[in-house]
Design a protein around this ligand. Sequence first.
Ligand SMILES: [Zn+2]
Length: 471
Amino acid sequence: MNRCKIKPPIAGHVNLCPSGVSTAAHDQEVLMSTVKHEILHALGFSAGLYAFFRDDNGQPRTKRNQYNKPVSLNKERGFYDWDESTIRSVVRENWWTKNGPVPHRLQMMITPRVRAEAVRHFGCSELEGVELENQGGDGTALTHWEKRLLENEAMTGTHTQNPAYSRITFALMEDSGWYQANYDIAEPLSWGQGLGCDFAKRSCGDWMQLRKSRGLTPAPFCETVKHDGVESRATTTCTDMRDSLALCNLVPYNQPLQADYLNYVHLNGIDDKEVDRYGGSVELADFCAYNQEFEWKSAMGGASGRRDSRCEIETNTPTDDSNAALETYGNRSRCFGHSGKWTQRKCGRMRTFAQYGAGCYEYICLDGRLYLDVLNGTDVYPCYHAGQRIAIRRVLNGWLHEGTVVCPACSELCQPNPGFAGCDPETTPPRPVGDPVLPEPCSAPSRYISLILLLSAIVLNAPFSSLFQCS
Ligand SMILES: [Zn+2]
């Protein structure tokens, strides 16, 4: 195709505020992804360019006037109206909300490749295309994929975690008529994959009700309140990909949410009269709550003075005196769930850490099995089946740390590793796995030292009080 004839965009500009550019390891992923994201807007993924898209024959998808411009300039929006064969207005008449069905209006990108990729990704043959973002106003609405449907896809309207440039975005760029996409380098997107029309065409409230009626979790959404406006109620969990700790981002707003977004009927521990004020902290996701990475307000000894919840970042490892759950972060770490609470004991004193529902630990894959490796351990612990509990007991900094780590399925962590021959069938452990009971340390029980221990315990405890004021 002659590129002069199909007239692709030839220039664009992106402003990056110097104060927003950081060289910290914590910021690399989001910074790189953001730059790519903005370039894709300039290249075609932009409401101002949709009316200029061309079909595979190089013909404009939207009718042109005698000046070779799209026929209708939308003065209110500030860009040309597109043809219904590019973006279609769709009304979901029975959009489930807590107070009954309401009509919900959507704009869907329905070009051929986008539609084909959507059908394939969600596993819904009747799906019209992919919803465009309906919130966020100028510059966000219509110019991104709907956050509720494609959460961590990099062309959604806000970065939350793990950005992925998926086949769906590649398809949109190709359907502009200006580019050919190399789908081999598209990044996998697990959000929504294979969840069918019930996921792709209904509200998240509807989806959660449906899942629970079948005895399933509301995944990929969640309904655990993060904080109630007064105090934290959060317990960490693992992201689906086990690459990070996560919290359910369900929070109270000052006002009840608008009718379309009343997705919750009851919430544990929240008065029913207050439930209408609760929604996911990511508004663009139609206020649907889901498990999300977070940054700790208190660095808790993180070497760079900052700690986030990604297992792969080594400097997220807490210092020994803050490392209640004996975690290790780095590129060999993934997220493991806990069973029950972690405790620390010393000389009759006990601390309990209710917030830790999961932690980052190193693992190895060897001879058909997954092995857990806990901080500074001399031995590793074999996982014989998913859900197997491993009791960990270790003295660190004079405190006896006790907790239970739960094995994921070997296939979850080991199967994707190159060179790993495959997981052995699951079986009950042939002998108990875990640490033996250890005595509580108390080496200097004089009254004077007890007083020092008590004071230092108070000081050491201080960082934990602000643990969950996450941004
Ligand atoms: Zn954008």
